[in-house]
Design a protein around this ligand. Structure first.
Ligand SMILES: [Zn+2]
Length: 434
């Protein structure tokens, strides 16, 4: 048993982060949190206080400062909020509060409370240095804590590192090339082409590609390609399926997928076949369902009834997410969510490459469902020009830093064809990392 003696009054957040630490870093002992004035027979004690205590093993408690937009680096790959450091403690920075802020995305929660939504784009995040998302900071802080505990208490032991689980996934947005997709992708491609306006050769090359995309007609039915490839590695991915609802407005028409699982028998049969062959089927919740419990529940029920299988996993289309609504709904309907990644960059939105329970700021407890963090999506690289070298760097971090590596990568179902050719990188990742 490890005892944390603390001077903080509301211990809920501290209990939460220590639970996640215990689980993620495979501690083989219990951790209790008690008040500084409370007595204990346990000799394995860490003091977590704002004032230092002589001759005690201690971690600085910074008293929960509101995160500013700046962070500071203590060393390579280890950064903290810039006002959580002092002197005269065994550990001179507030490791626990920092781990809590990053894992729970407290910065995003506060931003939304103040009226600025993040919409899963890192560009909207208040933190100035977005390169910090390329580091699994929570896993690194947890490893520092594990080292700290092991150094001071030789009877407290941890289990060994687990083999990485890579949750391969495919959001099924399109199975045919629709007018909406031509429109959206052409707008995005044109925007990207304009970036090369001062480099005539590159500009013409991109312009040709943009025009070609608008008018080409390749097959977007690519299920067999993914399953054949993954079968070679004995891996079974998850296909996230959209369920058409009755909402009729321009935004839904443009943003949501168009296929209808309720009437498309060929798609139904394909999904049943995939499921029977060991692949997983999750719900790809419509854009509006991220903030609408009734709608999300209905979509789940329809998918379950049509396929006659339980649906336990979800990922919201466009990674749409509201801090106060979406996780509440997920915890009532699913065991797993994998929405928490970025639309514009690869990296660790929660600073974490392990599964974890998201934090409910209202009840101050963990939600019931488990988050599988999404760290790389194909469109991050190809639509938003993220560096391919960073893909490998992030995969290396994700695979080797956490004690329990478990994370998702996402390649859209339609992208194995001449319109995209995004599957080539996926093949490389599988051959090197699986
Ligand atoms: Zn989608």
């Amino acid at each position: 048993m490890l005892t944390i003696k603390t001077d903080i009054k509301n211990k809920q957040w501290l209990i939460y982060i220590l639970n996640e630490f215990k689980h993620i870093n495979r501690a083989k002992f219990q951790i209790e949190v008690i008040s500084i004035t409370q007595n204990t027979n346990n000799t394995n004690i860490i003091y977590y206080t704002n004032n230092s205590i002589a001759n005690a093993i201690s971690i600085f408690n910074s008293n929960k400062p509101v995160p500013s937009s700046e962070i500071i680096y203590l060393k390579d790959n280890l950064y903290i909020l810039n006002n959580t450091q002092t002197k005269n403690f065994t550990l001179n920075y507030d490791l626990l509060w920092n781990a809590f802020v990053f894992l729970t995305r407290y910065e995003e929660y506060l931003s939304e409370q103040n009226g600025k939504k993040i919409h899963s784009y890192s560009i909207n995040h208040p933190r100035l240095d977005k390169t910090t998302f390329k580091i699994p900071i929570v896993n690194i802080l947890f490893n520092e804590l594990e080292n700290f505990i092991t150094r001071h208490f030789n009877k407290l032991v941890f289990d060994t590192q687990q083999k990485a689980v890579i949750d391969l996934s495919h959001d099924v947005d399109y199975i045919t090339k629709t007018i909406q997709l031509r429109l959206k992708q052409t707008i995005l491609n044109s925007y990207n082409t304009l970036k090369y306006i001062l480099k005539p050769n590159l500009f013409i090359e991109h312009l040709k590609k943009t025009i070609k995309f608008t008018f080409s007609n390749p097959s977007y039915w690519c299920f067999d390609y993914w399953t054949n490839l993954e079968n070679k590695y004995n891996y079974k991915s998850t296909f996230y399926i959209y369920v058409k609802n009755n909402t009729k407005n321009f935004k839904t028409w443009l943003i949501d997928p168009s296929y209808n699982i309720q009437t498309n028998k060929i798609l139904q049969n394909k999904l049943k076949q995939l499921y029977n062959n060991g692949f997983q089927i999750g719900l790809h919740g419509s854009y509006s369902s991220a903030t609408n419990y009734t709608l999300l529940k209905k979509e789940k029920m329809i998918l379950e009834n049509i396929l006659n299988i339980p649906i336990t996993k979800t990922r919201q289309h466009w990674l749409n997410y509201s801090e106060t609504i979406t996780p509440n709904n997920h915890s009532k309907l699913f065991q797993y969510d994998s929405t928490l990644g970025w639309n514009d960059i690869i990296g660790f939105r929660n600073g974490c490459a392990s599964c974890f329970k998201p934090y409910n700021f209202e009840t101050q407890k963990a939600f019931a469902h488990t988050e599988i963090p999404q760290i790389i999506m194909d469109s991050n690289v190809f639509d938003y020009n993220n560096n391919i070298k960073d893909v490998y760097k992030i995969l290396n971090y994700a695979k080797f830093i956490p004690k329990t590596p478990y994370f998702s990568i996402s390649w859209h179902q339609r992208v194995n064809n001449n319109d995209y050719k995004w599957h080539i990188l996926y093949e490389e990742i599988l051959s090197e990392y699986i």
